[in-house]
Ligand binder design. Structure first.
Ligand code: GUN
Length: 288
């Protein structure tokens, strides 16, 4: 039987922990506070940011979405970021990506102060990850952190495992490659220019797809020995307008040892990681 790596039981368990932590903080007069900057009206970004807000409020944290017009002047955008950085009441801030083209070049990872960078994009956070020197003062990118939590909760060790990651984004592929390398996995980071990706994935223990192409991963990517684990990071819409991943779930589910579903797999883990990072930021600030 294939193990379905559902996030639901983990979400239940961790939410309980986070709620309890928020209660303790509230008893000291502290409510973890996240600001999400959302520029424009990308429908997926609106859904993702609303989900983040709903979850923060569910655990007892505060989240405000700061909406800016698609065509906002770069100076207004930068002033908004500066004000949030300087706002002593705010613990964490994320800028929802993607940004409109005219602002994208401003995103150098340093826009949000390191201590509020709950997305883990700041160079100091990235360096701590690359050098395997992460501490409580650093933040790990939310989707990679969520994937590691998902694997750990299902007691899937990556130690000495061969992992193929498909997709080299700054949000998922690259940070995940280093996170798993730090955990002593051997990682191959594949991307659009990698020849014969299936030759690589066939020889891996774990395959992570973070490409954004519905049904890209079918059984031709697999060893055929039902000994592999698939993590599907894709958030795509199928021809019926339904949310689906990068993996042809129907085709591969009986060909693997374990697989994360979409929806109900990595997506909720990302939000949990964000909440964990926010609480960490809040606790760090209190101890200052
Ligand atoms: N857009 C899609 N995923 C993410 C994420 O993890 N962080 C931010 N800031 N934007 C995103």
């Amino acid at each position: 039987m294939t193990l379905i790596l559902s996030s639901a039981p983990i979400k239940k368990k961790i939410s309980k922990e986070l709620k309890a932590e928020c209660k303790v903080l509230a008893s000291k007069g502290i409510i973890p506070y996240l600001k999400v900057i959302l520029v424009g009206s990308n429908p997926a970004s609106i859904i993702y940011t609303n989900n983040k807000k709903i979850y923060c409020e569910k655990i007892g944290a505060r989240c405000d979405i700061v909406r800016l017009d698609e065509n906002v002047d770069s100076s207004v955008f930068l002033t908004t970021v500066k004000q949030i950085n300087e706002d002593l009441a705010v613990d964490g801030c994320i800028i929802q990506l993607p940004l409109p083209k005219h602002l994208a070049h401003l995103n150098d990872g340093k826009l949000i102060n390191q201590s509020k960078d709950v997305d883990g994009f700041h160079p100091e956070n990235i360096y701590a990850l690359l050098s395997n020197q992460l501490s409580d003062k650093h933040f790990i990118s939310c989707t990679p952190k969520g994937i590691v939590t998902l694997l750990q909760e299902y007691q899937i060790s990556v130690y000495k495992k061969r992992v193929a990651i498909i997709g080299r984004s700054m949000i998922v592929g690259k940070p995940l490659a280093f996170l798993l390398t730090n955990l002593n996995a051997t990682v191959t980071l594949c991307h659009s220019q990698t020849p014969n990706i299936s030759d690589i994935t066939k020889n891996c223990d774990i395959i992570v797809s973070a490409v954004g192409v519905a049904n890209l991963i079918d059984k031709t990517f697999l060893s055929g020995e039902k000994n592999q684990i698939i993590i599907d990071v894709g958030m795509n819409t199928d021809t019926y307008g339904q949310l689906c991943g990068d993996v042809d779930f129907e085709e591969v589910q009986n060909q693997v040892l374990a697989i994360s579903p979409v929806p109900g797999g990595v997506g909720p883990m990302t939000i949990i990681s964000l909440a964990q990072n926010l609480l960490q930021a809040s606790k760090n600030r209190v101890s200052l």
